[in-house]
Design a protein around this ligand. Structure first.
Ligand code: FES
Length: 232
């Protein structure tokens, strides 16, 4: 439900409102891409990018578990429950009844491609975070810039703790001493594995930091608050 709200919020925001204030760019609007002339009027430039983070979250292994259970009750919990449920509803053995992700949700297997695209988006968001350090009067550190940095740190933790990234970085190797740079690869894999243990927490924290960052920008735009400078 929270993920659904997040998707709805982000679509309404990018469809109706501008995404910048001084040096601050909302994370929903980055990277800023040109809108081709032939696009229908209701399409805005950020929509050409937003499908990447939304698709990344929608196909995330952790979110899948959450929304399969919450919306479809399928599987409801562990395999034992699956068997009970399938016997109840389908009247047959779970091995025959449960189709896992071979039916409608087979498209979730594109997750690794969303990961590749999301890494590019994350790099742009790091750039946008550094840009917040340079206001109209030059270098500064403000509450806003700290928020932008907090957001990108959490987003990076979420992106690089991804199960697909863990597989990519070293999970697909059986023998590190047999490959070039194996030691570095093993250390990176161990680091990502530690990050991966908290993947659900990174998923939620980064979701809320995205919302908080965008809401902060809206408050600046409407003049409800001013960005408090700490240095500069
Ligand atoms: Fe959650 Fe890849 S498994 S982002």
């Amino acid at each position: 439900m929270v993920l659904g709200f997040f998707g709805l919020y982000s679509f309404v925001i990018i469809a109706l409102f501008p995404g910048t204030f001084q040096q601050f760019v909302s994370p929903f609007y980055s990277p800023e891409v040109p809108l081709p002339n032939w696009m229908p009027g209701f399409v805005t430039a950020p929509m050409l990018v937003l499908w990447i983070p939304l698709g990344f979250r929608a196909t995330c292994y952790y979110y899948r578990k959450a929304y399969y259970r919450a919306f479809f009750f399928d599987p409801p919990a562990c395999r034992v429950d699956v068997q009970q449920k399938d016997r109840f509803w389908a009247g047959k053995n779970a091995a025959e009844g449960y189709r896992g992700e071979r039916a409608l949700f087979v498209w979730n297997n594109v997750h690794r491609y969303f990961l590749y695209a999301s890494i590019i988006v994350v790099l742009f968001l790091w750039y946008e975070a550094f840009v917040t350090l340079f206001g109209p009067q030059g270098f500064q550190i403000s509450i806003g810039s700290l928020l932008w940095f907090l957001n990108i740190v959490l987003l990076s933790a979420y992106t690089f703790s991804c199960h697909s990234f863990r597989h990519l970085i070293g999970g697909n190797k059986d023998c590190y001493s047999c490959i070039r740079g194996g030691n570095a690869r093993r250390k990176t894999y161990n680091f990502v594995s530690r990050l991966n243990l908290k993947h659900p927490q990174w998923a939620w924290l980064s979701l809320f930091s995205l919302l908080a960052t965008d809401i902060y920008l809206r408050l600046l735009q409407t003049g409800v608050i001013t960005d408090l400078k700490i240095i500069g």
